[in-house]
Design a protein around this ligand. Structure first.
Ligand code: PMP
Length: 422
């Protein structure tokens, strides 16, 4: 039962582990956009295991691909040949623009960003890395420095990581003025890194930070500045990739740029532990003769699953579906904003949506306590949301990509009801 699991977790799993909801949910089954608890109660899953279950829980085609591969061979490592990793790399490279053609497989988003940072430093010969305030790039010992959320209380690696002003159109000090935010990157390079830099990394829509879209035109300006200072530009597509934004397959395309390195994880495996780094042959070359080995990265089961994910997204036209359902959802949430003052901002693209709650629209005071109450009440109404933002006052709606307009209506109606009862 939930109580027994909780007791064991407290006893045997470290105190840093946290859970959603005052009375934590014991989830025993998942089917597409639905989750079921131990009592058989069904929930609409609007958070997809933290933006990970892209095709849907236990999607039949992905499940079949994994199961069949599991029966034949689970693991042997890249010291032998296996077709799955090669086929998957080819399929993934075919989804990339420009000269992004070389793929490295790892097991998580943190690992992908670790590797990207290593590549940037080796390629540029510089050490300084730049990331945005409010960013999340991982919890490993070096990516934790790139992660710039005030909730992290760890000492970060000193000296060589610079956090620049976040180009957040809602809360940012310069509104939507990309040029003024880009100037902060220029200043950090001039005064903080002696004019040289290894790399710049950003999510194209910040995920954990609360579905924050970057000011339009920001990445184009910053990429130019970083390239002039000898650095490489990394796009963290861990949450924004694979068509979720609706308008494009990759989030960086919404800003009209092509990065030098792209990192991905989460949705790439529909729940399997899988991540990838894709870069150009030129950057990949500096990795030749260096130690770069990953025991599990791209193992046959994950590769077969990842290949099925790519196939399903194309076959079921999920990118167009995200655009369609996402604009319906955002439209309905904006109408709700006219009715409920607590909704300060509705933002996002496709099925990557944020609803920021405030107690005062003018001051934008975060409605942290009310967000927590609404969050619990939404669960009672059968809808599981994500929560985020610097102030814990943003609902994150990032469901499996099979989420329908009816699901969106159900979610918005539930939110309307919960807000009316506040
Ligand atoms: N980048 C982004 C944008 C993320 O959201 C996350 C995880 N929340 C990571 C990297 C790290 O991924 P992982 O937890 O798989 O290491």
């Amino acid at each position: 039962s939930a109580d027994q699991i909780l007791e064991k977790r407290k006893k045997f799993l470290g105190p840093s582990l946290f859970y959603y909801y005052q009375k934590p949910l014991n989830i025993v089954e998942g089917k597409m956009q639905y989750l079921y608890d131990e009592n058989g109660r069904r929930y609409l899953d609007a958070f997809a295991g933290i933006v990970t279950v892209s095709c849907g829980h236990c999607h039949p085609e992905v499940l079949n691909a994994i199961t069949e591969q599991n029966k034949l061979l689970q693991h042997a490592t890249t010291i032998y040949l296996h077709h799955a990793i090669a086929d998957f790399a080819e399929a993934l490279a075919s989804k990339m623009p420009g000269n992004l053609k070389v793929v490295y497989f790892v097991n998580s988003g943190s690992e992908a960003n670790e590797l990207a940072m290593l590549m940037a430093r080796l390629y540029s010969g510089n050490l300084g890395m730049i990331s945005l305030r409010n960013a999340y790039h991982g919890g490993s010992s070096s990516t934790i420095g790139l992660t710039a959320l005030n909730t992290w209380k760890y000492p970060i690696p000193e000296g060589e990581i610079h956090h620049v002003i976040n180009p957040d159109p809602f809360r940012g000090v310069f509104g939507s003025d990309a040029t003024r935010y880009a100037k902060d990157v220029q200043d950090h390079i001039e005064y903080g890194t002696s004019g040289k830099v290894a790399g710049f990394i950003a999510e194209t829509i910040q995920g954990v930070g609360g579905a924050v879209e970057l000011a339009p035109g920001y990445l184009k300006q910053v990429y130019d500045i970083v390239h002039k200072a000898g650095g490489v530009c990394i796009a963290d597509e861990v949450q924004t990739g694979f068509g979720r934004t609706g308008s494009h397959y990759w989030g960086f395309e919404t800003q009209g740029v092509i990065p030098d390195i792209v990192t991905m994880a989460k949705g790439i495996g529909n729940g399997l532990p899988l991540g990838a780094v894709v870069t150009t042959p030129e950057i990949a070359n500096v990795m030749a003769q260096k130690i770069q080995f990953n025991t599990f990265g791209g193992n046959p089961v994950c590769s077969a699953g990842g290949l099925a994910v790519l196939r399903v997204i194309d076959k079921e036209k999920r990118q167009a579906h995200c655009a369609d359902v996402g604009s319906h959802l955002i439209g309905r949430l904006r109408s709700l904003q006219d009715k409920h003052d607590i909704i300060g901002d509705v933002r996002g693209r496709g099925l990557m949506v944020g609803v920021e709650l405030v107690t005062d629209r003018k001051e934008k005071t975060p409605a942290k306590a009310k967000t927590a109450i609404l969050f619990e009440n939404m669960r009672e109404l059968g809808v599981l949301l994500g929560k985020g933002g610097l102030h814990g006052n943003v609902f994150r709606i990032k469901p499996p990509m099979c989420f329908t307009k009816d699901d969106a209506d159900y979610l918005v109606d539930a939110l309307d009801y919960a807000m009316s009862k506040l």
